[in-house]
Design a protein around this ligand. Structure first.
Ligand code: BES
Ligand code: MN
Ligand code: MN
Length: 465
């Protein structure tokens, strides 16, 4: 065993206790009540970088601060930018947690806490991967930069302003700070337990709220029904019109920019031997519908979708209440495949809904957020380096997968700065991210740390052309 590997094994207890400390900070970014805690998380992280002698800055933004840190410069060595987020989703519903969300608890080799996998636990594997080098050899084999944001779960407002140069000073610009040969992100999942993966595609997203207003207040449905347009009926029609019986989205031009799956990629997916029945069983269903002609894996990873995320109108209490509701609303999001653009979806959705809006109903469409998806080239020396590091850290070579989730800034790194991203997830799909009882396997946490340390070495071997 090398000195580096030995150091990582000997520090397992400390890695776990630091993770516990980190997860105790309730850095819920969307809720202003947690503002001071979010700041405390940024400071906790910044202190760790300072103690590694990284040049560290807490960059204040319109929202929560960014943490930027940079290792001492080694001329001629490759530069890696690690991106992640220190904010977490709200823990609600609290009564569904077996142990409280901000009292990290270990059960059956997993740590349960909000942020365990998304993204605090995954993110700090790279901090410890770097620390192992510094503590054993005095320096890293590459130039390492960290850009860790506190608003990933609520729109990344401050990060986008930072990337646009809004917080540049005479001494430094965002462009210089983030400049790297490759970006590394661990904010996603492995293929399955025991099967690590490199993710080369993420879906984008376009998220909307639809608000319909009818009469000035709820009305007696006997006295008025049939003569006044019902916003709930109208909303149901609108929503039902979005997807047909074949699972195809009905917005005009929606599929124009979709890149079709190649035969090769479909074969690649099917060679993973995905067990659809086990997948359905894992979420408590016995079957499912979706776009005709595609497998469940293809639909999740490489096809666009439309999902109603929330829906409200009328009477929801016990028993019956005969009303014609005054209002109806829905949150609707589309997952997009690479090359589709959320702005186009907004324009198409707006004109589609307007064409369906009858007399007596006012329509409001709110564009909440959006980001295109991403694809990462598979034939790069960085991919090879990542695969080798995973083989060393996990003892198994990775499979190459896509993911249905979205990490919006990955597209911005490519479009604005021409940087590709290595998406190296240490989590599992069933880690309950955004849900009660979020968890992260401690074995994967330690493998992630070892892989990170090996990754810096593998990337360090890549000669710059
Ligand atoms: N880490 C997740 C995204 C993720 C999870 C990607 C698992 C791949 C596999 C991230 O924190 C997240 O929740 N993203 C949001 C983005 C949205 C709010 C713009 C998502 O995917 O819903
Ligand atoms: Mn995340
Ligand atoms: Mn998330």
């Amino acid at each position: 065993m090398t000195t580096l590997d030995k150091f990582i094994v000997e520090n397992r207890n400390r890695y776990e206790s630091e993770l516990i400390d980190w997860l105790k900070i309730p850095s819920v970014s969307t809720d202003p009540a947690f503002k001071a805690d979010v700041k405390r998380a940024a400071q906790w992280l910044a202190e760790r970088f300072v103690s590694l002698k990284f040049k560290t800055e807490l960059i204040e933004t319109c929202g929560h601060p960014l943490v930027f840190a940079q290792s001492p410069v080694i001329e001629g060595a490759p530069t890696v930018l690690v991106y992640g987020h220190y904010d977490v989703q709200p823990p609600d519903p609290l009564d569904e947690w077996i142990t409280p969300p901000f009292q990290p608890t270990i059960r059956e080799g997993k740590i349960f806490a909000r942020g365990a996998t998304d993204d605090k636990g995954q993110m700090i594997t790279h901090l410890f991967g770097a620390e192992a080098w510094i503590k054993t050899t005095g320096q890293l084999p590459i130039n390492l930069k960290f850009l860790i944001e506190g608003e990933e779960e609520c729109g990344s407002g401050g990060l986008y302003e930072f990337l646009a140069g809004k917080y540049d000073t005479p001494e430094r610009s965002a462009e210089q700070l983030i400049k790297a040969d490759i970006v590394v992100v661990s904010d996603n999942a492995q293929y399955a337990p025991g099967q690590p993966a490199v993710t080369y595609g993420l879906r984008g997203i376009a998220y909307f709220e639809i608000r319909l207003t009818g009469p000035k207040q709820d009305l007696h449905s006997g006295l008025y029904g049939g003569s006044i347009t019902n916003p709930a009926n109208t909303l149901s029609k609108m929503l039902a019109s979005l997807v047909d019986d074949q699972g195809r989205i009905q917005l005009p031009g929606f599929y124009d920019d979709v890149i079709e799956l190649s035969d090769n990629e479909r074969e690649q997916f099917s060679s993973l031997g995905f067990d659809e029945q086990a997948y359905f069983a894992s979420v408590g269903v016995t079957g499912a519908t979706g776009e005709a002609g595609f497998s469940a894996l293809e639909r999740r990873w490489a096809r666009p979708t439309c999902d109603i995320n929330g829906l409200w109108s009328g009477y929801q209490g016990a028993g019956a209440k005969t009303i014609l509701p005054a209002r109806a609303g829905a949150k609707v999001s589309f997952r997009l495949v690479p090359n589709q653009h959320p702005d186009k979806v907004y324009v198409a959705l707006k004109s589609h809904l307007e064409s369906l809006c009858p007399p007596g109903i006012t329509l409001e469409l709110i564009n909440i957020h959006g980001a295109p998806g991403s694809m990462v080239p598979l034939d790069s020396p960085y991919m090879t380096a990542a695969a080798q590091a995973i083989e060393k850290g996990f003892g198994t070579s990775p499979v190459f997968i896509r993911s249905g989730g979205s990490i919006p800034v990955v597209n911005a790194f490519a479009e604005q700065a021409g940087m590709d991203t290595l998406l190296l997830g240490w989590g599992q799909d069933d880690d309950n991210l955004h849900s009660p009882n979020e968890k992260f396997s401690l074995a994967d946490y330690h493998r992630g740390i070892a892989t990170s340390a090996h990754l810096w070495e593998e990337i360090g071997k890549i000669r710059q052309s």
